[in-house]
Design a protein around this ligand. Sequence first.
Ligand SMILES: [Zn+2]
Length: 186
Amino acid sequence: MRDKTRCSDEEERKKRRRVTARAYYLANREAVIRRTTAHRKRNPARANELKRLARKANPEGNKAAAKRWAFAARTRPHRRMARLIRFAQERAIAKGLPIDAAYLREWLRVPAEQCPCCGKPFVYELGYQPHAPSLDRIRPMNGYVKGNVDLLCRRCNTLKNDATPDELEQVADYLRRILLAAPQQQ
Ligand SMILES: [Zn+2]
């Protein structure tokens, strides 16, 4: 009985100490980081030991945080370009198309800001975005090589697909015709 009480008191004290330490850290973050870094440099063996203990206590590490970070990073244009290139590589392998990844990386280092087809600015937000940038093969069978790629928004790329200009004109003419004939709903 007595032991139990002491134990819970001990836990309560520990908890309070953790809260105080956290508050102190938040209020003095820079100074704490500076001191910790200096201390680690002076005592590398102890620093490694602490690192090992932390890994043991939390073997999953901050995988969840890393995952969240990777997900959020997709909103950054250069990360998105890396992703587009990776997917293009997978598609090229699956379809047996040529790809020049080094050229793509260099060409997309500073990606265009708007779709050259509809003129709308590229959108990098998460989730399905019709104006997200996508890689277009100008002549689909020629693959992802210099002179045969363009950065189009998803919407334009989907509408274009592998159509020829004549085919698209045909579809546009058809659409105009049937829309004229179909009465508009009030
Ligand atoms: Zn577009």
